[in-house]
Design a protein around this ligand. Sequence first.
Ligand code: TRP
Length: 456
Amino acid sequence: MPRASQSIHGIWASRLTFILAATGSAVGLGNIWKFPYIAGENGGGAFVLVYLFCILLVGVPIMMAEVLLGRRGRQSPVNSMIELAREAGASKAWGLLGWIGVISGFLILSYYSVIAGWALEYVLRVGDGTFVGAKSEFAGTLFNELTGNPVRLAFWHTVFMCMTMFVVARGVNRGLEAAVRILMPALFVLLLILVGYAVSSGAFMEGFKFLFSMRAESLSANSLVVALGHAFFTLSLGMGAIMIYGAYMPKTSSIGATVCAVAFLDTLVALVAGLAIFPIVFANGLEAAAGPGLMFVTLPLAFGNMPLGRFFGVLFFVLVSFAAWSSSISLIEPAVAWMVERFGVSRVKVAIGLGFLTWLLGLGTVFSFNIWKSVQVFGLTFFDALDFLTANIMLPLGGVAIALFVGWKMREADVHGELSLESPRVYALWRFLVRFLSPAAVLFIFTLTLYRYFTQ
Ligand code: TRP
């Protein structure tokens, strides 16, 4: 059967558009909100090192594999997997991989939207001057007031879900491109301005050391899983988001170079965000392990006390909201594309239906910060449990399945042709990583964690 050179959902205008879209998906709350807070909770340096290793040795090779599957399949992850399994003479059950991805994306979006809602609220709070001259206790109190208020959280969660489904209903390649082309660089410049503030405000070196000096003793088995899970989360890997974006990628682009560019940009943004946040933590005697509130307590302090802070602050939270927006779209796109293919209904209808379900589940996260605070699942709140299950378990497992399929099931000639890497050495290295090292690393970290869990 001749291969489709284009998906029914459209195609990116150029290779650059794919880089922009994939970067838009990868760079989001994971980089600016989550990375600093989990680095803080897991003691900094050693954790960051493990995370960087995971990106390089597990994330990048698997990301190449995932893009490859999408571009060859040219459909939603579910149907691409079924088709590619047929082509490889493998079991139809590989379609399940697409399914698990659809479910992971849905679960992640449900809480992602709630956190993105916080950023929307902070646009207003920073803009109305609430933080001018503020002290750290005040920033903490204000954050607790917000998360303690289910109605406010639900309101912003609703706004953000509507924004997401609006773009998805229109089809991802309209609108997204312009947003990413202008807003991502703007966000980056603003982060640099914040680092500049951090340098001038005193505790820069302390923050730097926290992030980059090795203190292996702070690294528990749990930190390993969190670092690994975050490598998948931050690269949008293991659930079909990158696969569906790959499905819209022109045949002529080089997968290897493109993926490296995206992973590099993504890592850079996370590290710069860390360098902006931790100096402020130390200069103000805040808690590095403050958890999900970290960004929302530290950065408003910086904006409240720097020249033009209100202006920069509003701009910053607007840009973070945009970064979250361009990520959230990719979380639901695999499910939407599948429903459009399967039932032939319009994107608009699918978007409304799926958006509503995601919104409903998101209320669980909203309440987990206030009225359900004491409800525990495996000793975690609903939000923490959902985050742990998706990021640290489902994404790595999805990623391993992708690696195994590409490494062991597909015909090598097909894989080789699709990747068309120029250097045979690089190809051999990639193949080794995908077949052996990435799956082994994930299994090793999982086994170690289970072992520690049961022997503690
Ligand atoms: N990578 C995004 C972030 O860091 C979140 C995200 C978007 C994602 N699409 C995804 C995470 C798919 C996992 C899977 O904020």
